[in-house]
Ligand binder design. Sequence first.
Ligand code: ADE
Length: 251
Amino acid sequence: MKFHIKTLFPQNNEAYMSESIMKKAEEKGNIEYKTWNIRDYSESKHKKVDDYPYGGGAGMVMTPQPIVSCYNAVVDDLDASLKQEKKPKVVYLTPKGKVFNNDMAISLAKEESLILLCGHYEGVDQRVIDLIVDEEISIGDYVLTGGELPALILIDSISRHVKGVLGHEESLEEESFTNGLLEYPHYTRPEVFMEKEVPKVLLSGHHKNIESWRKLESIKLTMKLRPDLFDYEALSKEDKKLLKKHNIIDK
Ligand code: ADE
């Protein structure tokens, strides 16, 4: 999977991408990323990339020419075979976009390459969106100063679903959101910490009981913290029985 980040602030990405799992993923060849400085593609004398909005109003708007020229350069840079078959999807990071979630990360992880366009100021000229953008994505209902952090968030969460990036594939199956539930609580050594004990069942070595306990905690946590996610009807027969047995829901 290859990420192309188009930005006015190319330095922002390096620090994050050169540490930890992202770095290892790149070293192993599971992901690649390339940062493109939109300003380099400006054809204006002073490498201008923004201008006042037509119709007036506050702030500046990113002009279309450098962004579209930069896009053409990305496409030209791609493998000739890939270029002929399928152009990479262009995602524009904007607070106006569809709010990002785990399902979107899983689906985008199937792409061969992605172009992530980071906006700044009041955003990009609408014609950029009309001409080259396939999806507009927001990372949440708040406004940031630019699309760089959102782009990194997408790269991180998409990469986790690219084969080989995470050491243990099973950790993806049990984590939050995968089955519509939040993940159960974790404990490690010591057995007692500030008089708080690790739940006995986790020390029992009884795998079935541990599995039931974890499922029950997952469900209880989702009902408490994210009632908007909780869908009783989507639970399996066994899970519904488990809830009944523990008097959580009596249906
Ligand atoms: N750019 C500024 N705010 C944003 C947000 N919430 N999501 C994506 N891109 C953004």
